[in-house]
Design a protein around this ligand. Structure first.
Ligand SMILES: Nc1nc2c(ncn2[C@@H]2O[C@H](COP(=O)(O)OP(=O)(O)O)[C@@H](O)[C@H]2O)c(=O)[nH]1
Ligand SMILES: [Mg+2]
Length: 244
């Protein structure tokens, strides 16, 4: 009897030892790899680390970018490609800065490319020409503020070129934009109604069509800050960057 028991346990151990575990190990490795890839992909999608410099052409984005990231002072060139650099805060934190070209045909493309990695948005305005270009400025700002991808991203509207005598103040620019956004909003709404809006990536800005638009109605953090890159007066911006 004892002999028989020993024989069968020996057979069982031989069988276990003979088993080929390779498929099981491969399956486990595939599962593990899938989890790692999914984790990295999700992380890549949600890591927001860039400060985007946007705004119309000639507002001074590249000039400010070179001041902040390259220690500035140099004249700028027309950018058709984004400039990427880093800025060190007083606390020693490195921020990735991206100067996005403002040409009408390029700005939408670049904004779409960077909106998912934006930690903050600097919207630059030429305070001298803002009145003349108000429709364009309001339209672009609307695109940025209404985009679902950036609703939680803080925005600073930098009213640049305050050294010029004809520059409008940040308070005047803010109210000019509020009036103009009312009009932009109307146009966008009628455009949306004529197409299928279930896939639209933008939302309606403000309370309702019947109530005049005000920036305070937004859930998004937005502030208007005066600035003169030429005179190196951009403490409002650096304070904003320090607080990020
Ligand atoms: N007066 C004045 N001119 C500025 C200031 N900032 C930029 N500029 C000028 O505005 C022009 C456009 O600047 P740029 O950085 O190329 O604008 P971008 O197209 O937004 O990148 C350049 O000639 C700059 O020297 C400023 O604070 N004051
Ligand atoms: Mg530029």
């Amino acid at each position: 009897m004892d002999k028989m028991n020993r024989k069968s346990s020996a057979r069982a151990s031989v069988k276990l030892a003979d088993l080929d575990y390779t498929p099981v190990l491969i399956a486990l490795a595939v599962i593990l790899l899938t989890f790692v890839v999914l984790f990295l992909w999700k992380r890549k999608k949600t890591v927001r680390s860039a400060v985007l410099f946007t705004g119309l052409c000639d507002s001074g984005k590249t000039y400010l970018f070179t001041h902040l990231c390259l220690g500035g002072g140099r004249e700028t060139f027309t950018s058709i490609k984004e400039n990427v650099g880093s800025f060190k805060t007083e606390k020693g934190r490195e921020l990735r800065m991206v100067d996005v070209p403002g040409h009408e045909r390029l700005r939408g493309k670049f904004f779409d490319e960077y909106k998912n990695v934006a930690k903050a948005i600097v919207f630059m305005i030429d305070s001298v020409t803002v009145q003349k270009d108000i429709r364009d400025v309001a339209d672009f700002l609307y695109t940025i503020l209404a985009d679902k991808a950036t609703t939680k991203v803080p925005v600073v509207v930098l009213c640049n070129k305050q050294d010029e005598t004809l520059a409008k103040t940040e308070t005047a620019i803010k109210s000019m934009l509020e009036k103009e956004i009312n009009i932009v909003r109307q146009t966008r709404r009628s455009q949306l109604q004529s197409v299928d809006n279930s896939t639209a990536s933008d939302t309606f800005l403000g309370k309702s069509a019947g109530v005049d638009f005000e920036f305070e109605q937004l859930g998004q953090r937005i502030r208007f800050v005066p600035c003169s890159t030429k005179d190196e007066k951009y403490d409002g911006l650096t304070a904003f960057l320090e607080a990020l």
